[in-house]
Write a protein that binds this ligand. Structure first.
Ligand SMILES: C[S@@+](CC[C@H](N)C(=O)[O-])C[C@H]1O[C@@H](n2cnc3c(N)ncnc32)[C@H](O)[C@@H]1O
Length: 489
């Protein structure tokens, strides 16, 4: 993973003698001193904690065969070699570890620990010391049951920060790109095998996405980043959004699904509908989550804020549009309070196509809402189940944003939802917002665990039951009412 392995400033303990020195070259590790300084396994765990990858990686298969702890030892060798980008024989070590009794879980844990170590470095480079510390603690904890995990993690972090400040560090993406394609294929094979049994382990997803991206398998990379987004939620780092955006930029287009899977519906294009809403509502401010090319935010004739971690603006945007390059979660955590000084008149949610993101966006926007606020959500009506998959498989992709309909109907019956048969994937207009309501926020975790694994898209969603024609007078009436409420304030 890392271009340059992080070796400890800690003095190296000679494997065979137990003496403290600064060996410039790793000495082979033997178990002959076990009597005076613990078993080979204990010493190898010690190397893991100290980040002494050279000593960790130099055990041979012959040495392992005769050791009662050979299964765990083999995995520690793998962990060391991965940190040194030495992919030779790794498959064989993992295979042997399995044969010697290592469980899939423990294999996963040690691989994940290695990835955590790399992630800690990336977080340090990304100037996120708290996150780096967390990753170091997880990495070190994998081979330690002692109380010293925090202390060692702090030492590793201090050392990493020192290295960064004294020498400068290459950007992780560049560093990652350095590893050869065949090497990354190896990691990918390992990680994919592990992921089969431990779905959605973030460090493995990151490693898999990165490996796939470097191998040019952009479709897999996007799916892995997307899966990470669904696991990491608000924690998803900008770094990974950048990689996702890069993959989107480079991929020519998603493979076309079957005609049924790619089918689209609607009587009026969504941008046309949004344009009409702007015209009638005449909001004095507008907030958009998910800007992409800028086509929808360009419709706003008022002061507008657009939030997107990876915008790809291709239309001219006037000065009154303020573009914030951040995830919506970051925006609400760090900037919204300053930037949203007036209640939001109109908001458009069209960011990450996962229901929990859209739900968080709605919860956050409602805090800045007045009774007159209109929130429009895109992608609420997939036409085919494949379009609603959480990890993208089709060109037309709504994700599972549709879940907001049943969630809001059940949890917030006080809201008014007006569904529109907009092209290509439907719109919903939400009014009756209440900035004091905490119902959704309080139930957020419960809602997410209730809905995350639901994959069946109800027929009434697919066939757009209750969706009004976009020209319907109810829409005009609603907008005029909201406009009147605003001007009365
Ligand atoms: C479908 S596009 C938006 C299209 C645009 N609203 C339009 O109609 O022209 C979705 C955008 O959401 C952005 N996005 C993804 N995750 C996001 C997040 N967590 N917060 C905000 N935007 C996000 C993506 O970078 C992408 O540009």
């Amino acid at each position: 993973m890392s271009e340059e392995p992080m070796t400890g400033n800690l003095e190296r303990v000679s494997a065979s003698s137990g003496s403290v020195g600064t060996a410039s070259k790793a000495e082979p590790v033997h178990d002959d001193a076990a009597g005076c300084e613990g078993t080979l396994l204990e010493r190898m765990r010690g190397y893991w904690r100290m980040g002494d990858w050279e000593n960790l990686s130099c055990l041979t298969i012959e040495e392992l065969r005769v050791n009662p702890d050979r299964a765990e030892l083999a995995m520690l060798v793998v962990a060391g070699r991965l940190q040194l980008n030495q992919f030779r024989d790794i498959q064989q070590f993992i295979q042997l570890a399995r044969e010697w009794g290592a469980s899939q879980k423990s294999i996963c844990e040690i691989l994940a620990a290695g990835v955590h170590n790399s992630l800690a470095r990336v977080a340090a480079i990304d100037k996120q010391p708290a996150r780096a510390l967390k990753h170091f603690e997880i990495a070190i904890g994998a081979a330690s049951n002692g109380n010293d995990v925090k202390l060692i993690a702090q030492t590793r972090l201090a050392e990493q920060l020192h290295r960064l400040s004294s020498r400068g560090e290459q950007k992780p993406a560049v560093a990652m790109q350095r590893a050869g394609q065949s090497e990354t294929s190896n990691i990918l094979v390992q990680i994919e095998a592990v992921l089969e049994n431990t779905p959605d382990a973030p460090p493995l997803l990151i490693a898999a996405a990165e490996a796939a991206q470097r191998n040019g398998d952009l479709q897999s990379a996007i799916r892995y980043w997307q899966r990470l987004a669904s696991v990491d939620g608000a924690e998803m780092s900008q770094l990974y959004y950048d990689r996702l955006a890069q993959a989107y930029k480079e991929i020519k287009s998603f493979p076309l699904g079957s005609a049924g899977d790619e089918a689209l519906l609607g009587d009026t294009d969504k941008h046309q509908v949004l344009g009409r809403i702007h015209q009638i509502l005449q909001p004095s401010n507008y907030l958009e989550i998910g800007v992409q090319t800028g086509k929808s935010i360009a419709l706003a004739k008022c002061n507008a804020i657009g939030v997107d971690p990876a915008p790809t603006i291709s239309v001219a945007l006037p000065d009154r549009v303020k573009l914030i390059r951040a995830t919506s979660d970051q925006f609400f955590a760090e900037q919204a309070l300053n930037l949203l000084s007036e209640p939001v008149d109109m908001a458009f949610i069209d960011g990450m196509h996962l229901f929990e993101y859209a739900l968080r966006d709605f919860i956050n926007i409602e805090k800045y809402a007045g009774q007159h606020t209109l929130v429009v959500i895109d992608d609420i009506l997939p036409v085919a189940p494949a379009q609603a998959a959480r990890d993208r498989k089709t060109r037309a992709w709504t994700g599972d944003v549709w879940k907001l309909l049943p969630i809001l109907r059940e949890r917030r019956p006080d809201l008014s939802l007006l569904l529109l048969n907009a092209y290509p994937t439907g719109l919903v207009c939400i009014s009756g917002l209440n900035s004091k309501s905490t119902a959704l926020q309080k139930a957020y975790r419960e809602i997410v665990s209730e809905w995350s694994n639901i994959v069946l898209v109800p027929d009434e969603i697919l066939s757009r039951v209750g969706a009004l024609p976009c020209e319907h007078s109810d829409l005009d009436m609603l907008i005029k009412r909201l406009r009147a409420m605003r001007t009365k304030r």
